[in-house]
Design a protein around this ligand. Structure first.
Ligand code: GRF
Length: 203
């Protein structure tokens, strides 16, 4: 399967996918990495791996809809089977989702439907949750509301408050990377279908 990965930051999830995809048996090939800003570690990781990159900045377009269309066009140039939003901090718009409906995955650092949005780790901590984790899901029009493929659980420790959730996020990311690698590989190798929000592997 052909994969385009979208990133906005450090790209450690991307790195895990790049490492996995180095083995042809993985079943997915990263054909391009896209970002909404330049000069981020995620893009450097892609370049180092010899994977083509592109940047589509919101500020370069008249409005959000034009940006959304340009992003979809940039992705489409690589004819992916799957798109993975891995720490991509923008909401994908209607045109993008129309073209990549049921083919775009996102990874979120909380157990959805709890704590959606940009601050999943901090919000779980502030709420006093005793367990949190990560969710790999397909993207729909809502914020972190699409069909769930898999989740990983991480315990909240009493001193996680001390650093505002940084250490907790690191523990979540360790689980998140292996979950994402596992799920993307399975979707690519086994195929899948989505019926009434349930994601089933196999063709
Ligand atoms: C991940 O925890 C992702 O779920 C969240 O931001 C983090 C991105 O990390 N939205 P990285 O860029 O893959 O290192």
């Amino acid at each position: 399967a052909r994969l385009v990965v979208l990133v906005s930051g450090s790209g450690s999830n991307l790195q895990a996918l790049l490492d996995a995809a180095a083995d042809p048996a993985y079943g997915a090939e990263i054909v391009a990495v896209g970002a909404d800003r330049a000069d981020i570690l995620g893009l450097a990781r892609a370049e180092k791996a010899g994977v083509p990159t592109f940047v589509v900045k919101v500020a370069d377009f008249a409005d959000r809809a034009a940006w959304d269309r340009a992003l979809a066009d940039a992705v489409a140039a690589y004819t992916p089977d799957l798109v993975v939003s891995a720490g991509f901090m923008k909401i994908l718009g209607p045109e993008f989702l129309r073209r990549y409906d049921e083919r775009t995955l996102n990874t979120h650092p909380a157990l959805l439907p709890s704590f959606p949005g940009a601050h999943g780790v901090r919000d779980a901590l502030a709420y006093g949750a005793k367990v949190t984790g990560c969710t790999v899901h397909f993207v729909d029009a809502g914020v972190d509301t699409g069909p769930i493929v898999a989740q990983g659980v991480v315990a909240v420790e009493p001193d996680d408050d001390a650093d505002g959730g940084e250490a907790l996020h690191e523990r979540i990311k360790t689980v998140e990377r292996s979950l994402l690698v596992d799920i993307v590989g399975r979707l690519a190798r086994e195929g899948y279908r989505i019926e009434a929000r349930k994601v089933r592997f196999g063709s």
